[in-house]
Design a protein around this ligand. Sequence first.
Ligand code: ARG
Length: 601
Amino acid sequence: MLRIAHALNSHLLGALESAFPEAAAAAREAGTPLDPQLGPASKPEFGDFQANGALALARPLRLAPRVIAVAIVERLAADPAFEALCLPPEIAGPGFINLTLRPEVLAAEVGRRLADPRLGVEPVAPGGAPVVVDFSSPNIAKEMHVGHLRSTIIGDALARVLEFRGHPVLRLNHVGDWGTQFGMLITHLKQVAPEALDTADAVDLGDLVAFYRQAKARFDSDETFQTTSREEVVKLQSGDPTSRRCWQLLCDQSRREFQRLYDRLDIRLDERGESFYNPYLEAVVADLAAAGLLVSDSGAQCVFLEAEDGTASQTPPVIVRKSDGGFNYATTDLAAIRYRFAAPPAGDGARRVIYVTDAGQASHFAGVFQVARRAGWIPEGGRLEHVPFGLVQGEDGKKLKTRSGDTVRLKELLDEAVERCEADLRRRLAEEERQEDGDFIGEVATTVGLAAVKYADLSTNRITNYQFSFDRMLALSGNTAPYLLYAVVRIAGIARKGGADAAGVAFPTPLVFGEPQEWALVRQLLQFDAVILEVEQELLPNRLCSYLFELSQVFNRFYDQVPVLKAEDPARGSRLALCRLTADTLKQGLGLLGIPTLERM
Ligand code: ARG
């Protein structure tokens, strides 16, 4: 409905300007043009939109808001293009203008959407700057944990929404493939499992993680080991061929494991790990020094942070170079920001860079964002955004663990979701006395199981901690993936029964609606474009989830109370059109969350 909202806004603006030409000219001059303050109606009984601008204008115009509202409404009444969109406006309370769209305008919008594969979502102008989504980003040879899974799922959904809007998106996997962990690991492996350093697939990622833990324990307790590990890091950094080969092998090993998970979840990522930025680290330090930002603090090179008001901040400084000359996680992130905003070919030429990590890294990002801004690396209009999320907890509210107390392996977590789904499905088929073959059962269980894991993660407000519960995410009722997938099957089935599912099927023109449940569904359907734009701006996928859940509920009320498939009913065609558009909208919406839909369940 954004298209209509834009049109209304220009009519309102025109009315304001013609009613108060002097004030309008003065406001434009001052760079703050008059604003009709058009927004969605605060209650359905007020219509579709309301314009609250009269209240803010009362003071500058020295008029009662109601008088201003009356003047605006009078001008609108003389505007035939406005009259074609809206019923006569009503003034409510102190001076709110309530606007109700004409039924035929809403119906025509539904008709337009049925023929539009983008479902009313306008694309951005082509040729725009890329948006970077930095997500997933596990660490080589370390556990890929549920936090990384959350990042992977949320980041992918955000990337899909941005791509659907037409932005070129760089899906970057900023894997932790560099740093002191490799010194320890290589030193340890040389002694206990040398084959891991020269043979591919000699160990799997699980073993590597165990080796890494042992190496870390030795590093913390054994001084000789520490020294050798440090030397190993130096060798690696100076490009020693043997060290490089070992490193490469370890990275490949982890990469293959990560890739299995991405393939399974249908997630595309371009790996650009920390090591990519090694050649740019010196330049970062040089830039910061030239900008006068570097301070030496007990041998380390730091940037001290400023509070919002420009005074010295209490938070610890960003350490750019350690006293031993080594660089940090923060230095790499600074190099990454610099590179991502830099114009091609020296960089990505991005204008928006989004980081999806747990909320625990909020102060890290706040620090590096500030340093980047003060270093002058962020171009006009450039946006850096941290998209934080809460912890994944077990049902006991503590950190998610397996029953035996170990950290949960992601593969096993997904396997369990699929297995439980299969058990549920077999039970349901037995109850319904349905016969289905193994392929069907496998496909449904896999799709629903993985969808449940994704949806459970996406549907909670990502900022809050989230309690992982198989029972809840796999429930067939409530705001869950199984419920929504089932709704799609059912609604698409209704459309199919009515012959309204095929691609080029003709719907009545104009569509005609009369019942309140029809109008409720029409209005809910037409919100889709606004919801997508909101997710694009606010980066909250749970908004899309709530919308889809609500849509399926509004549909249920409609279908319960209005006959759809009754032959010879003159309303049949228009009602089937609503079924079809509901199914399409649910499919598209779930698709943007990374969830494929099923034909049958
Ligand atoms: N590897 C990091 C971790 O596991 C996440 C990296 C996030 N991205 C970034 N540019 N810092 O916590």
